[in-house]
Design a protein around this ligand. Structure first.
Ligand SMILES: [Zn+2]
Ligand SMILES: [Zn+2]
Length: 282
């Protein structure tokens, strides 16, 4: 699955792949129960997409690292994408600078929303109480971000309240994260096809099975089949399904994975802890 060899220019590590609710337990051991958090490494430059409960394990893995600037790109502020923020160890490391970016608030920064969630009586601490220096940055999805020389493209997604998709091109490889997103009519959306054109790996909100989707129309999520159609139309290489539904146990997810791999070569359902390394392809 993962190419851990030499020549890796870009990698994607899945620290949390569950959508909506944290689902630990014996029936989710294989795919994982933590909510969304994805780490992208462009060379030695780290970018974190979302701060769901999965960011806790990422923070633990970073404990031995010297403090440095950390960029967290939030797809949006729904709980399952921010609930791990204060359990992220670097938040408590003096000298750390954390910048929280968000693109679905009309250009406003995520500060007001996050402070609302992270202050008493909802939480014992606020951003002013932690040793890390936390910054907030708003942008409008569609802009290209410059993270210390690394360009990150962004794209608006179809979700209640909006959400932002991210794409990184580095050293001849490209990876994108699109969650949370409900497919639109017609599909694939031409603008989204352009956004992920030629990407080596596309992580896509595939929360519902195609058959159950009509029940959840308007909830802001999509299906593996719609992800496969997007990847195919965009000439992208590989689909990673993410944001697994809380009601899907390992057995059901394994069945869905077999089905999607049969129609989309190389497609898989992301598992917590999995790392996919991309070599330069150009
Ligand atoms: Zn979500
Ligand atoms: Zn959401």
């Amino acid at each position: 699955m993962a190419n851990k060899g030499h020549g890796t220019v870009l990698s994607m590590t899945f620290w949390g792949v569950r959508g909506s609710a944290v689902m630990p337990g014996p029936t989710t051991l294989k795919y994982g129960g933590n909510t969304t958090c994805i780490e992208l490494m462009a060379g030695r430059r780290r970018v974190i997409v979302d701060a769901g409960s999965g960011i806790t394990n990422l923070g633990m893995a970073m404990r031995e690292e010297p403090p440095g600037p950390i960029d967290i790109l939030l797809t949006h502020l729904h709980h399952d994408h921010i609930e791990g923020l204060f359990f992220f160890a670097p938040m408590f490391t003096p000298g750390t600078e954390i910048t929280l970016h968000c693109g679905n608030l009309g250009g406003e920064s995520p500060e007001a929303g996050l402070r609302q969630c992270y202050s008493p009586p909802l939480f014992p601490l606020s951003f002013d109480d932690v040793p890390a220096r936390v910054r907030f940055r708003g942008f409008k999805a569609g802009e290209t971000l410059d993270l210390g020389g690394l360009a990150v493209r962004t794209h608006p997604l179809n979700h209640p309240g909006g959400a932002t998709g991210y794409r990184i091109d580095h050293g001849g490889a490209a990876a994108a994260v699109l969650t949370d997103n409900e497919h639109t009519e017609p599909w694939p959306d031409p603008a989204l096809v352009d956004f992920v054109a030629g990407a080596d790996l596309v992580a896509y909100d595939a929360m519902w099975e195609q058959g159950e989707y009509p029940k959840y129309r308007g909830w802001g999520h999509s299906t593996p089949q719609m992800g496969a159609a997007l990847v195919r139309a965009a000439g992208a290489k590989r689909l990673a399904c993410i944001h697994h539904a809380p009601h899907c146990d390992d057995e059901r997810l394994a069945r869905i994975e077999t089905e999607i791999a049969a129609i989309s070569p190389g497609a898989f359902l992301a598992r917590e802890g999995m790392r996919v390394a991309l070599p330069a392809t150009q």
